[in-house]
Design a protein around this ligand. Structure first.
Ligand SMILES: NC(=O)c1ccc[n+]([C@@H]2O[C@H](COP(=O)([O-])OP(=O)(O)OC[C@H]3O[C@@H](n4cnc5c(N)ncnc54)[C@H](OP(=O)(O)O)[C@@H]3O)[C@@H](O)[C@H]2O)c1
Length: 218
C-alpha cells in the first residue's frame, strides 16, 4: 500500500492565526531565510503540487531559485483546464516538466488549449481530479516524493483523506484575521478533533522571527 502512492510532504507558511493569505490575496508570509529553506527542500523532491487557484492568484513559477539543485516536476490540479495561457507555469513549460491534472469534465476547448503546450495532461475523476488515482499514476511514473504547496482547498483534500506523510509549517509572525482570508486547511473541516490525523512534532527550527515546525503523520 505504502508504495502505491508517492511520499507526500505538505508545506506552507501560515500567520499566527492560521491564514495562508489575506482577504485580498497577499500571501507573502515567508522570510528570505525561509524561502531559501523551502527552495532547498524543493530541490530534493520529485514534484511540487498546487491547486489552480494558487496558480491564478499568485502566478507562481515553482522552481528552485534560492538554492542549488534541479527543478522538480510541477503538478497543477485543474479539473476544468482553466489555467491561463499567460501563466508563468505554461509560459515556462518548455523548460520545466509540467503536469496538468484535469477531470473528464474538462471542456473540449480547454483541452485543446492545453494540448498546444509541451506538458503532460493526466485525466482522472468524473468532474473533480481524483487524488488517489492521480497519485497512483504519478507513482507509476517514478515520482517518489511530492511537496504539496497548497492552497487551502488542496491542503484539505490531502488532510481529509490522510494522504500525507509529513507536514512542514512555517509559523510567521503576523496576524491576518478576516473571515474571508484563506486558512491553511479549508474545505468543510472535521467535526471532531479525534477525526484529525495524528501528528508527531519531529523538530522545531527557529529562523529569526519565524518558526519551522516539522511534523510526521503517525
Ligand atoms: N502561504 C502559503 O504558503 C500559500 C501557499 C499556497 C497558496 N496560498 C494561497 O492559497 C490561496 C488559494 O487557495 P484556495 O483554497 O483558494 O485554492 P487552491 O487550493 O490553490 O486550488 C483549489 C482548486 O484546485 C482544483 N482542484 C482540482 N482537483 C482538486 C482536488 N482533488 N483537490 C483539491 N483541489 C482540486 C479545484 O478547482 P477546480 O474544481 O476548478 O479544478 C479547487 O477549487 C491563494 O490565495 C494563495 O495565495 C498560500
Amino acid at each position: 500500500m505504502e508504495n502505491s502512492r508517492p511520499r507526500i510532504i505538505l508545506s506552507t507558511a501560515i500567520s499566527i492565526d492560521g491564514k495562508i493569505a489575506t482577504k485580498t490575496n497577499d500571501s507573502k508570509l515567508s522570510s528570505k531565510e525561509d524561502i531559501k529553506r523551502l527552495h532547498k527542500l524543493r530541490s530534493k523532491v520529485d514534484a511540487i503540487l498546487v491547486g489552480k487557484n494558487t496558480v491564478s492568484r499568485d502566478d507562481p513559477i515553482l522552481t528552485v531559485r534560492y538554492a542549488k539543485g534541479k527543478n522538480p516536476i510541477r503538478i497543477i490540479l485543474d479539473s476544468q483546464g482553466t489555467i491561463s495561457k499567460k501563466s508563468k507555469i505554461l509560459q515556462s513549460c518548455d523548460k520545466i516538466p509540467t503536469i496538468i491534472a484535469v477531470s473528464k469534465k474538462i471542456p473540449q476547448k480547454n483541452l485543446e488549449k492545453l494540448q498546444k503546450f509541451p506538458i503532460e495532461i493526466i485525466i482522472t475523476g468524473k468532474d473533480y481530479v481524483n487524488l488517489k488515482l492521480l497519485l497512483k499514476k504519478l507513482s507509476k511514473k517514478k515520482i517518489k516524493t511530492i511537496l504539496v504547496e497548497g492552497g487551502g482547498t488542496v491542503n484539505w483534500e490531502f488532510v481529509k483523506h490522510k494522504l500525507f506523510d509529513e507536514m512542514i509549517v512555517t509559523l510567521s509572525p503576523f496576524l491576518v484575521g478576516g473571515e474571508d482570508a484563506i486558512s491553511y486547511v479549508g474545505g468543510s473541516g472535521f467535526s471532531k478533533i479525534s477525526n484529525s490525523p495524528n501528528l508527531r512534532l519531529k523538530s522545531v527550527k527557529r529562523l529569526k522571527n519565524h518558526l519551522v515546525l516539522h511534523y510526521e503523520k503517525l
